[in-house]
Write a protein that binds this ligand. Structure first.
Ligand code: AMP
Ligand code: ZN
Length: 477
């Protein structure tokens, strides 16, 4: 039996107890990145908080299956179906093909995604893999009377729904209606301002690179349709939790619900999890602004990507978070102190199971209470102060790190190793630590040939590595 778990459900606008359709099991869909540029640290905040949600559900006893799309077609410059396809704009910017851009930025995304301790989704599906599924759904929506063809494009007819603005209060609905009315670029094919494109064959941007044949002519899918289809392809007619950033609520998730429930004829997803934005001093961090920070850039500046994760965990996912290097530096200090304290714990001895269960309960209560990560970290500090033996403390840190994913014991081990090897050349040490990290990434991606090659490379330099329960240890031979 899984433990009680609550979080804020945007659909009901309140914190609710989570009840999946199938006892103990969770099917989850998360909107993936649009791979026309690097993911900035704001995007990565969203993926960190989703990772914490999954691991917290697992900690509470649930079995989670997660699907994520990769948007490699159809996401236009404005979420409201206007402007150029973002992928095409990316290809023009870099004088490459759309597929080259997609491959490059998908790889770059997962590099940063992995580096901050996230577990990869069980299924990752690029939109361009699923064209037949999109065409089928659009066809059914037309046959059921929810969609129409106009000016060569297929549109979803939002006037066919009793309640289109499913996420919004009455006041928000009015504001959204005004916003939609004021939208400067008007598409005269639309019967209603809120209608959205399911399939494009006509666009101002005739040089769209990727196009497919369809019953409505050669064209390409709209952005929203991909998430409905990819979710149904892998998770069936019902999902328990759908995740995204708050900017996805309208229009993306609103449109996903409109088309999915019209297609299925029943409710599709019961719980909607949205995390708030990362802002910089000038406002919301956004890819279209051009200059932005990535996890790889932080790494180049000497920051451990897991310290960025720690930074995100200190604040609540529903609050906007402001990034600054001063704030990050103060988290670096806190992280180093934490690691130092952990490195002073002595291995060996017998775990006090009663104390362990008590603290695990407190930790579970914190994360199960609308993902109170700051409180969960307080419980970790309480463990370090607790009147119990080091073996119990180490066991608890290992247990909490299943959710926090800060590699705390490995960092502590690395620190002790460093203190044990005062004479090691710092350049060699930096090289070894980098090689250990590269090997961990290769192993995560199941690229064992590269992992073995890195081990051999280290041996050649006189360094032996060992995988232990506390992480990778190394020594000079
Ligand atoms: P995109 O690649 O633009 O489709 O965005 C990927 C994810 O990042 C989406 O779930 C967005 O909601 C989320 N996102 C976009 N901007 C931010 C931001 N500044 N802070 C946090 N999440 C964001
Ligand atoms: Zn989506």
């Amino acid at each position: 039996m899984a433990n009680t778990f609550t979080f804020y459900n945007t659909l009901d606008r309140k914190v609710e107890e989570f009840k999946p359709r199938e006892e103990g099991k969770v099917s989850m869909y998360t909107c993936g990145p649009t791979v026309y540029h690097y993911a900035h640290i704001g995007n990565i905040r969203t993926y960190i908080m989703q990772d914490v949600l999954i691991k917290s559900l697992q900690y509470a006893g649930y079995d989670v299956k997660r699907v994520m799309n990769i948007t490699d077609v159809g996401h236009l410059a404005s979420d409201a179906d206007t402007g150029e396809d973002k992928m095409l704009a990316g290809a023009k910017r870099e004088h490459k093909t759309v597929m080259e851009i997609a491959k490059f930025y998908t790889d770059a995304f997962f590099n940063d995604f992995d580096a901050v301790g996230n577990k990869r989704p069980d299924v990752i599906e690029p939109a361009t893999n699923c064209i037949p599924e999109f065409i089928h759904m659009v066809d059914v929506l037309i046959k059921k009377g929810f969609a129409y063809v106009a000016g060569g494009n297929v549109y979803f007819d939002t006037s066919k729904l009793k309640d289109y603005y499913v996420f919004s209060s009455d006041v928000e609905k009015e504001q959204l209606q005004v916003g939609v009315r004021d939208d400067v670029e008007e598409d005269t094919n639309k019967k209603n301002k809120t209608d959205f494109v399911l399939w494009f064959t006509k666009s101002k941007f005739e040089d769209q690179a990727l196009k497919w044949d369809s019953p409505w002519g050669v064209g390409y899918p709209g952005w929203h349709i991909e998430c409905s289809c990819i979710s149904m392809k892998h998770l069936g007619e019902y999902i328990d939790i759908h995740c995204g950033g708050v900017d996805n609520i309208f229009p993306h998730h609103t449109n996903e619900i409109a088309q999915s429930e019209s297609y299925l004829g029943h409710e599709w997803c019961r719980y909607w999890f949205h995390s708030n934005h990362l802002n910089d001093q000038s406002g919301k961090m956004s890819k279209s602004k051009g200059a932005f920070l990535t996890v790889s850039l932080l790494k180049e500046k000497g920051y451990d990507p897991l310290v960025y994760r720690f930074f995100c965990l200190q604040s609540h996912y529903r609050k906007p978070l402001v990034f600054s290097f001063e704030a990050l530096d103060s988290v670096v200090g806190a992280f180093n102190k934490l690691v130092k304290r952990i490195s002073e714990l002595k291995e060996g001895g017998v775990v006090d199971e009663a104390v362990k269960a008590e603290f695990e309960g407190k930790f579970r209560d914190a994360i199960s209470n609308d993902l109170n990560t700051a409180m969960a970290i307080t419980v970790l500090y309480d463990v370090l102060k607790a009147d119990t033996n080091d073996a119990t403390k180490i066991a608890l840190i290992e247990s909490f790190d299943k959710v926090l994913s800060l590699d705390l014991l490995a960092h502590a081990k690395a620190l002790s190793n460093k203190e044990d090897k005062p004479d090691v050349d710092p350049e060699l040490e930096a090289y070894v630590l980098d090689a250990i990290e590269r090997r961990a990434t290769a192993k995560k991606a199941k690229d064992f040939a590269t992992a073995d090659a890195i081990r051999a490379e280290l041996l050649e330099k006189g360094v032996e590595i060992k995988d232990t329960r506390e992480g990778v240890k190394w020594q000079l031979i």
